[in-house]
Design a protein around this ligand. Sequence first.
Ligand code: NDP
Length: 313
Amino acid sequence: MPARILDGTKIASDIRSEVAAEVKTMTSAGVRPGLAVVLAGHNPASEIYVRGKVKACEEVGIYSEQHTPAESATTSELLALIEDLNRRDEIDGILVQLPLPRQVDSKQVLMAVDPAKDVDGFHPVNVGFLSTQRPGLVPCTPAGVIEILKRSNIAIAGQEAVVVGRSDIVGKPAAMLLLNANATVTVCHSKTHDLPAVCRRADILVAAIGRAGMITRDFVKPGATVIDVGMNKVTDAAEFQRLFAGNLRREEAFRTKGSTLAGDVHPEVGEIAGALTPVPGGVGPLTIAMLMYNTVKAAKMRRGNGVGELSRA
Ligand code: NDP
């Protein structure tokens, strides 16, 4: 039986509606959540991401502003900007779009963000809160993975979860969130021996690798839930054929655009998994929805209000 497709676009839209309702209540009480986005230099991909984030703010009613330091900006200029944003009460969230220009010390800039406004959840203080199960700001993409599982009524507690990838922004926080939700968690990486065998133990398999279609059917236990975080631009025709041969819609798009977006999970996994997130339309849309959620959460936490979970569908 083909896998149940977990519709990230629908789940993200539900979260955005819930966030919009919260923003409305807060705004009428005189507290409109605000997000500042720092986009330094000219990176076309970053510009597209930032546009999406600003548009999402508009849709849910969050105040947003963009800061666009020049490509030549120095570390101290960016630090001064961050300090100013840290001080301003109407700014609840600060998002520094990466990558920063080459001459800038990115770590120093990220460390300068007030942890209470760190809506990306990258600051070590928030990493510590996550690992000790204290309230804090959780990285958006891994938080989105958990929302997909919970809102799709997929049990986490007691399940074997395998996360492939150990980056600070996806793999590690995803593993921590699954552990906090009482899964038995294994984290894999490029040095893991016999990766397919380890992955086959998983009831929940999270792929956050950055290699198109690497997770094939021999990595998957029949019936497992597979969450595909990967976003890979495929431009090579042979690679395209390996992944999408016979998919007429993709072939047409590939011919006209010269590229397609592929996850880390090979489409053949859809024949064996119990549930699967598509790419596009799976985890991707959750990332911005959780950024909106984090901005509201930051606004509430900074004012000492109970954080509260979003109501579950
Ligand atoms: P990184 O490159 O930072 O991390 C990749 C991880 O995969 C590393 O831990 C690496 O292991 C591991 N890895 C690489 N090759 C192998 C292999 N052959 N076998 C086992 N493990 C391997 O990537 P990110 O975590 O930033 O992103 C992962 C993917 O998720 C990317 O495709 C990215 O585009 C996507 N992404 C999607 C988002 C969304 O909104 N949907 C948001 C963020 C990322 P090691 O540590 O040993 O090097």
